[in-house]
Design a protein around this ligand. Structure first.
Ligand code: ZN
Length: 212
């Protein structure tokens, strides 16, 4: 327990590849600075999914860095991950947009001790010279998504978010990971219901799903 705590405070290895040294080694930093893979579609693609761009597929160092940031509160990764997210937003070619993070449940934020998606949105917005706005709030509790099929996820999430705030500039929904796309569909639906013009979504990483 104490070792785990010390590891959080004094990381001695790279969170992406476990190489000795700082929490983000030069090689893993380069991965985050690579050209975004750009537009991605999950398979199957859920109805109502906006255009989505990703920096990377959800694997290897990027997956480990995102988990370390989200679950272990490795906040030194916020800026480099946020910069990668900003590059991904730029790759969409959209202008004069604000970023809206997908909200986590209050329980998840409490357990993790921070709102990882908001942190990434703020870092990316700073890079882009725009704002990260909380235009979405949880409307009700949802079951844990892990282990659910695409159809079950869609049902679990329908009506889970609520749009807030006054409609204004075009919105890009941002999140750390896209799995089935169900969360981004619900985010886009809730924003549109509030009158927000959703132009696209951007994620740091997208799960690679194959057609069976
Ligand atoms: Zn590394």
């Amino acid at each position: 327990m104490l070792t785990a705590l010390l590891d959080l405070v004094l990381p001695r290895t790279c969170s992406g590849c476990a190489a000795a040294g700082p929490p983000l080694c030069a090689d893993c930093r380069a991965v985050l600075r690579a050209e975004p893979i750009g537009r991605v579609r999950p398979t199957p693609c859920p109805a109502g999914l906006p255009e989505v761009a990703a920096l990377s597929s959800y694997q290897g160092p990027v997956q480990r860095l995102l988990l370390s940031h989200k679950e272990r509160g490795q906040l030194s990764l916020t800026r480099p991950l946020g910069a990668g997210l900003a590059a991904t937003v730029r790759s969409l070619g959209v202008r004069e947009v604000v970023l809206c993070p997908v909200p986590s449940s209050p329980r998840a934020v409490r357990q993790r001790g921070h709102d990882h998606a908001m942190r990434l949105a703020q870092a990316a917005a700073q890079d882009l010279g725009t704002n990260a706005l909380r235009l979405l709030v949880p409307a009700r509790a949802v079951a844990d998504q892990s282990g659910l099929t695409t159809a079950q996820r869609a049902r679990n999430l329908a009506g889970a978010l609520r749009g807030v705030g006054l409609p204004g500039r075009p919105v890009v929904v941002v999140d750390d990971v896209m799995t089935t796309g169900a969360t981004l569909v619900e985010a886009a639906r809730a924003l549109a219901a509030q009158g927000h013009p959703v132009v696209a979504a951007a994620v740091v990483a997208a799960t690679e799903r194959r057609v069976r």
